[in-house]
Design a binder for this molecule. Structure first.
Ligand code: UN1
Length: 514
């Protein structure tokens, strides 16, 4: 070992020992993992920057967390929903107060630029205000009964203990999409946070603690697949809400089916923007740019296919490539940065591998980007140049598979029906978009595009919290998060029949005699 290297190691060890330790949150206490093990939360823009050390949790930690959630369940369920909501409104205010700090923490652990991280925290705030309002609604309905002097209605009841498994790409927004509706419906939860972004979940949960959410109602276990698996298999967990890869989602769904658990899945996407020949091209280029490269392409909603009319294809590609080359890649903490790093080494390797696949696909042209950045300010991070492939065919692997990185492909078409067919011809169905000035074409596309979300004259990203979020086919399993639709995940219906006739009635009557 060289002297310089030894000194560097020593320095690293010194920084390691002074790194802040964070804990699991179980039954209202901040506790270590019973494994006694830890893992480092590393800044993907600079791997020398260790943000904190987090417990590497195991089955026993999950058992403890579920037991705490169980112990707190009855009291929380019996707390009137408007009272639960009052605490959640307080939570929204606390999140607002801490927005700047939470934003910086998020950029540091996840890499996305400050503006986007701020948007992520804001999405959690919006979700909290919006969903807390449900505490005074949680509507059921009344309906006539078949018998005289009988009343019929239905109400929502909590499902019980919910296991929430969250991803890295929206470190505060996605946990809030699951947590807030679960709580307003009267459930208690155990969160298994994304292992690359544990601090944002801790920040969210500390805010919940400050808002006065009772002990045991929310529990957090940090770590990798072991706690996730234990949560999915735990017999006292009634529901799993998962956002992540389609492969993991399928395994979770299979396990949940075996145990009769409710399961809600939000998984991959291969979203497309159609650009018609009558579109405002500058607007379409700008939308495509941010749809493709915002969050370094690490959104389920990313615009990873651009399906462009033959007549404007050349012009569109030229403008897109010109704009892409000018994007400023760098550390998200620098306000001038437009595209940050990708989340970790494994993700980077996967993306670079897809770039190689793209290069080897028949006639596909690497129009710009395609490399890892390794020099100067990039040397300690996971940076990939924003990459555009042109002349891509609809069946190429880079046009079919989710890459989840700063890579987009341009495909040419001649008729709107062909474009719609291309967009629908993938295994996912999250988001789609069309740029056109023609109202007839836009309505036709809105009807024919088989996705959960569809945009006109705007990219495939930017869903708002009060509309249902989710997708068709391989993207999900029929549920929707956000909006009021999310209440259907976190509550079960109970139908109530009240006989006020005061008379003796045959219990099992089929024919009604008046
Ligand atoms: C995701 O990538 O999983 O619509 C969520 C959007 C964001 C949410 C994306 N509001 O792009």
């Amino acid at each position: 070992m060289t002297k310089a290297k030894a000194a560097a190691n020593k320095k690293e060890n010194l920084t390691k020992t002074s790194v802040k330790k964070y804990h699991n949150y179980i039954g209202g206490e901040w506790v270590k993992s019973s494994s006694g093990e830890w893992f480092d939360n590393i800044n993907p823009a600079n791997t020398n920057d260790i943000i904190g050390r987090f417990p590497r949790s195991n089955q026993e930690d999950v058992d403890n967390a579920v037991a705490a959630a169980k112990a707190a369940a009855t009291k929380w369920r019996r707390t009137p929903a408007p009272k639960r909501a009052e605490i959640l409104f307080r939570l929204a205010q606390i999140l607002e107060k801490n927005k700047e700090n939470f934003t910086r923490d998020m950029t540091r652990e996840m890499g996305k630029v400050l503006k986007e991280a701020g948007g992520d925290v804001q999405e959690a705030i919006d979700c909290t205000y919006y969903t807390a309002g449900e505490g005074r609604r949680l509507h059921g309905f009344t309906t006539p009964a078949e018998m005289p002097n009988k009343f019929a209605m239905c109400v929502r009841q909590p499902v019980g203990i919910c296991g929430l498994i969250t991803p890295f790409n929206f470190p505060m927004a996605i946990p809030s999409w699951k947590l807030i509706p679960a709580l307003v419906c009267g459930n208690t939860v155990v969160i298994k946070s994304g292992e690359d972004v544990p601090l944002s979940t801790i920040n969210l949960v500390k805010a919940c603690e400050e808002a006065g959410i009772p002990k045991g109602v929310i529990n957090v276990v940090n770590g990798f697949s072991e706690p996730g698996e234990a949560l999915v298999k735990h017999k006292d967990v009634r529901l799993i809400s998962f956002t992540g890869s389609t492969d993991t989602g399928r395994i979770i769904a299979e396990q949940c089916a075996r145990d009769n658990k409710i399961v809600s899945l939000e998984m991959g996407g291969k979203n497309a923007i159609i650009v018609m020949d009558d579109a405002d091209i500058d607007n379409a280029v700008e939308g495509s740019l941010w749809g493709a490269f915002g969050t370094s392409g690490q959104r389920c909603t990313a615009s990873s296919r651009l399906v462009v009319h033959k007549k404007v294809y050349k012009k569109f590609c030229e403008k897109l490539v010109e704009r892409t080359k000018k994007l400023k890649v760098g550390d998200g903490l620098d306000p001038k940065t437009e595209v940050g790093p990708v989340i970790n080494e494994q993700a980077m390797e996967k993306i670079l591998n897809y770039i190689e696949i793209g290069k080897s696909e028949d006639k596909a042209t690497l129009a710009c980007g395609g490399n890892r950045l390794t020099k100067g300010e990039f040397k300690n991070g996971y940076f990939i140049e924003p990459t555009v492939f042109t002349n891509v065919k609809r069946n190429h692997r880079i046009a079919q598979e989710e890459i989840f990185g700063p890579v987009t492909v341009v495909i040419q078409f001649e008729t709107l029906d062909e474009a719609i067919d291309i967009v629908n011809d993938v295994k996912y169905g999250l988001s789609s978009a069309i740029y056109t000035q023609d109202v007839n074409k836009s309505f036709y596309a809105m009807e024919e595009l088989y996705t959960g979300i569809c945009y006109v004259n705007s990219a495939t990203i930017g869903a708002e919290v009060h509309l249902p979020f989710g997708g068709t086919k391989g993207t999900g399993n029929g549920h929707r998060e956000a909006g009021t639709q999310v209440l259907d995940i976190f509550s079960e219906w109970k139908s109530l029949y009240i006989d006020y006739s005061g008379k003796l009635q045959k219990a099992q009557i089929d024919e009604v005699e008046i």
